[in-house]
Ligand binder design. Structure first.
Ligand SMILES: Cc1cc2nc3c(=O)[nH]c(=O)nc-3n(C[C@H](O)[C@H](O)[C@H](O)COP(=O)(O)O)c2cc1C
Length: 188
């Protein structure tokens, strides 16, 4: 059977994810950032997370060389950051409106994200057209303003909408449903 890559994307698109900005440092010392939804937690003890980064991206090379990355989890109202850091072309002032700070590893932390993890690169593996980077968490924190997260589902940005009050009384009813916020498509 020939492999159907469209079906592959459609099936995996049924798996709703959050959206993160993976940040790292360029050899010049400047910050770098990319939108990623391949982020997941792997281990609690020790705390390990992973992110898959396509071959040939600036981010891929920068994580290898700096040996560190941070993952910043986006709020629904930070959709503009997701758009900005998923473009290959970036304006010279791409971080001008952000407050960045460094914690343990030196990877930039985006002030105002829902939560972040600061990781030292401890392993990597090449899988198909991506590199899977494993990071051991060196520092972590949660925003003091917990909002609804930006989500990605079926190649579209979505957010959580509270369920209407008539479904809230049912024990087995979901407490929220997804609300379409636009029709952008992913590039990975
Ligand atoms: C919603 C969304 C999720 C994405 N997730 C990933 C991902 O997990 N891994 C990846 O390699 N690219 C992902 N991309 C594509 C990158 O963000 C895009 O290729 C970016 O330009 C890479 O930046 P760089 O080339 O400067 O490193 C995603 C894009 C979008 C819109």
């Amino acid at each position: 059977m020939a492999f159907d890559s469209l079906l592959f994307r459609k099936v995996l698109g049924q798996f709703a994810t959050g959206i993160t900005i993976v940040t790292t440092t360029l050899p010049s010392g400047e910050p770098w950032a990319m939108t990623a939804n391949s982020f997941t937690s792997i281990s609690l003890d020790p705390p390990i997370v992973m992110v898959a980064v396509s071959h040939g991206l600036t981010t891929n090379e920068a994580i290898r060389r700096s040996g560190a990355f941070a993952v910043n989890i986006l709020r629904a109202d930070q959709i503009e950051l997701s758009r900005r850091y998923s473009r290959r072309e970036r304006p010279p002032d791409q971080f001008a409106d952000l407050e960045l700070r460094r914690e343990v590893t030196g990877a930039p932390i985006i002030e105002g994200s829902l939560g972040w993890v600061d990781c030292r690169l401890t392993d990597l593996t090449e899988q198909g057209d991506h590199t899977v980077f494993f990071g051991t968490v060196q520092a972590i924190d949660l925003s003091d303003r917990l909002d609804d997260p930006l989500l990605y589902y079926n190649s579209t940005y979505v957010r959580i909408q509270p369920a209407s009050s008539d479904t809230e009384d049912q024990d087995d009813a979901p407490t929220a449903k997804l609300l379409l916020v636009n029709s952008d498509s992913a590039t990975s």
